[in-house]
Design a binder for this molecule. Structure first.
Ligand SMILES: Cc1cc2nc3c(=O)[nH]c(=O)nc-3n(C[C@H](O)[C@H](O)[C@H](O)COP(=O)(O)O)c2cc1C
Length: 435
């Protein structure tokens, strides 16, 4: 299954290692997190390990949960952060997150092409339709998932047309004739449809390295359809192997239905790992990271993810499919709700087990806790099962977890021929082998 395949690996710069009580550890260096130098340091480390890209999730609202006992200097604009990081790195890809629900496509097309230009072809766009934040953009409530995805489809189309509206080939620079650029090649797009009217062309030419790779996050039926039609990579929530195999197979066959090569899309789940020198230390890191999650907080989270209130049930009572709320009721993310519904239907877990699920305590990401060997085996198992094409590293518990990842785990992957030892290209398209 893994013959000739190598992993695609990104690092999230969302400081996942300070989550929960992680920041309170004496060696957490949390004071430094308010400075860009802190992120540049990790970016350089990731580039030294030849990772494919850096990544940053982003939301356009302040969650009350982020204020108070959580380590957070707020959420700076990731595209601007990557512009600074671009000047301090040379080859690693820079995947920024931008919502199609709240921004105008002309501005987004321009920002992304600017990052591509500033970084010499290393920009990537993680397209999100957002879960919350409508109150920061007017009085209307959050649009339905259907409307958000319909808008995302048109938005992405407009952005791509704008990138093509001023092609690199339009730059001629002929001193003799006085022709700097070829007017005929810079064209309006004259787009007018359900959500947007945009004339174009864009204010700057496309970068010579080629079109900016697209990532997508959101795995409901419409989310998958959208992703498989345009995305080069999918940032997936994948708590277990089975859900991963199902998701990857489904995305690949949908891609084929869209007339695309199934190998052209890479399924990259978040891998929230807690690495330490001993298994016991790793377990302790994991426990500390979730120590602030009281039973009441877990019940509140379950209610918000699934719309299920089981706070009056004893912890050892089984939760069954009959207890699940109507599947059509509005939830923040269908992806997360569906993962939990499937788990409950299949295993009839106890209340305690439900409250321990990644969808409830975190963000439904794949969690791996242990020594380098444990996490390495987990990665190889999913890769061989056909659940993943790589992953986005979400280091958990402490900076040490991330150091062990770079210093020991990545070299083990290289040793096994599962990851590159040197870059063969210097653009994100080249790292992702987009032809
Ligand atoms: C793994 C994952 C990561 C996501 N990251 C973001 C993010 O960084 N910013 C954001 O606004 N929305 C994010 N979303 C929300 C999605 O873009 C989407 O709005 C939401 O999941 C609803 O779509 P769905 O019904 O297909 O799940 C994420 C969703 C998933 C599953």
């Amino acid at each position: 299954m893994t013959a000739n395949r190598t992993l695609c690996i990104g690092l999230s710069l969302n400081a996942t290692w300070t989550k929960g009580e992680g920041w309170r550890q004496p060696d957490s260096e949390v004071e430094k997190m308010g400075s860009i130098d802190y992120y540049i340091n990790w970016a350089k480390m990731a580039e030294k390990s030849k990772l494919d890209f850096l990544f940053r999730a982003d939301y356009l609202y302040v969650s009350p949960q982020m204020i108070g006992d959580t380590a957070s200097y707020g959420s700076p604009d990731p595209t601007m952060m990557f512009a600074a990081i671009a000047r301090e790195t040379e080859r690693i890809g820079l995947v920024t997150t931008i919502s199609t629900t709240f921004n105008p496509p002309y501005v987004v097309a321009r920002q992304l092409q600017s990052l591509h230009w500033l970084s010499n072809g290393r920009a990537g766009w993680n397209i999100v339709t957002s879960i919350e934040g409508a109150e920061n953009f007017g009085d209307s409530p959050m649009p339905s998932p259907q409307e958000r995805y319909a808008k995302a489809v048109e938005f992405t189309d407009v952005v791509r047309k704008l990138w093509d509206s001023f092609p690199q080939e339009a730059i001629v620079i002929d001193r003799k004739s006085g022709m700097f650029s070829d007017k005929d090649k810079v064209t309006a797009i004259n787009h007018s449809s359900e959500f947007f009217s945009v004339k174009g062309p864009l204010t700057l030419p496309s970068h010579k390295s080629g079109t900016i790779p697209l990532f997508q996050a959101g795995a409901s039926d419409i989310g998958r359809n959208f992703a498989s039609s345009v995305a080069n990579a999918i940032f997936a929530a994948m708590p277990d192997v089975e859900s991963g195999v199902e998701l990857r197979n489904d995305l690949r066959s949908r891609a084929a239905e869209h007339g695309r090569d199934p190998n052209a899309i890479r399924v990259l789940p978040g891998l929230y790992f807690f690495l330490a020198d001993t298994h016991e230390e790793a377990l302790e890191l994991h426990k500390t990271a979730h120590a602030n999650l009281s039973i009441e907080r877990r019940h509140a989270s379950l209610k918000s993810v699934l719309g299920l209130d089981i706070s009056d049930l004893p912890l050892d009572q089984r939760v069954t499919a009959e207890m699940l709320p109507n599947p059509n009721q509005a939830v923040r993310s269908r992806t997360h709700a569906e993962l939990l519904r499937r788990y409950i239907t299949k295993y009839q877990p106890t209340v305690e087990e439900v409250l321990a699920r990644p969808e409830v305590v975190g963000s439904a990401h794949w969690v791996s806790v242990g020594t380098v060997e444990t996490v390495l085996n987990d990665i190889i198992e999913r890769f061989e099962a056909g659940a993943i094409d790589g992953f986005i590293a979400l280091p958990g518990g402490s900076e040490k977890s991330m150091e062990i990842f770079f210093e020991q785990l990545v070299p083990e992957l290289v040793e096994r021929g599962l990851f590159r030892s040197e870059y063969t290209g210097s653009t994100l398209r080249e790292h992702l082998e987009i032809t």
